[in-house]
Design a protein around this ligand. Structure first.
Ligand SMILES: C[S@@+](CC[C@H](N)C(=O)[O-])C[C@H]1O[C@@H](n2cnc3c(N)ncnc32)[C@H](O)[C@@H]1O
Length: 217
């Protein structure tokens, strides 16, 4: 029925139905846009909210804090959940800290200032997280997967953002510039792995820049 209507129009229509967002969330979004900080798209934000609202979530692990915009979206969706969020870029850590001080319940947030790969290896919170939100270096998703699975509870959810990388991942590798081929291959490997992993049930959605949702058996 929607064959002749572009996806952009459909998305715009859906988004036009939203009431205006929380003032603090809007402030962070405006800052991100003004300062070229990459943050989740509106459709991904709503998808995250939906998952958090329908699932009983106590502990969240976010990989890729930036300035804590998506962190705040998740915090406001469930103020009782504890969010552990990882960021390794000093400039963003400073912004994230300032936003956390202003807008978060300090007992419900832990900012981890280090490389995600290092933290995921050393973290001993096995079978602990109800939700992992993966939104950092796309080429590392495949490398981090086994450590992430170890930290997820049975029934826990892994959401990975930007899995289409602005559509690039859908293209044949021969159409990708040489310097981007490694990341193209690694993301394709990640998607194949989560779809065929015996410990996960995975669904892939054309939401925002592509979102995967994997449930640990
Ligand atoms: C797309 S941004 C995150 C956006 C954020 N989730 C939001 O929507 O508000 C990705 C962030 O991951 C961080 N990052 C990338 N690689 C990382 C790594 N290996 N360890 C920790 N943080 C990393 C980047 O510095 C960047 O701030």
């Amino acid at each position: 029925m929607l064959d002749n209507i572009s996806e952009i129009r459909v998305n715009d229509f859906i988004m036009s139905l939203s009431s205006s967002d929380d003032e603090e969330i809007m402030k962070l979004k405006e800052f991100a846009i003004e300062n070229d900080v990459p943050i989740i798209r509106d459709e991904t934000r709503d998808f995250l909210r939906m998952i958090i609202n329908i699932k009983d979530i106590k502990n969240i692990l976010e990989i890729g804090t930036a300035i804590a915009y998506s962190t705040l979206v998740m915090h406001k969706s469930n103020v009782d959940a504890h969010i552990y969020t990882i960021e390794n870029y000093e400039k963003r850590i400073l912004e994230a800290k300032s936003n956390i001080n202003k807008y978060f319940d300090k007992n419900k947030i832990t900012l981890i200032e280090k490389d995600a790969g290092v933290y995921l290896k050393e973290c001993d919170k096995n079978n602990y997280f109800d939700l992992v939100f993966l939104d950092a270096a796309k080429g590392q998703y495949i490398n981090w997967l086994s450590d992430i699975k170890k930290l997820m509870k049975s029934g826990g959810i892994l959401i990975a953002d930007n899995i289409f990388k602005d559509g690039e991942i859908l293209e044949s590798k021969f159409l990708i510039k040489k310097r981007d081929r490694t990341i193209h291959k690694r993301m394709r490997d990640f998607l194949y792995q989560i779809k065929h992993d015996n410990e996960l049930t995975t669904y892939i959605y054309n939401i925002g820049d592509g979102v995967s949702i994997s449930i640990k058996k």
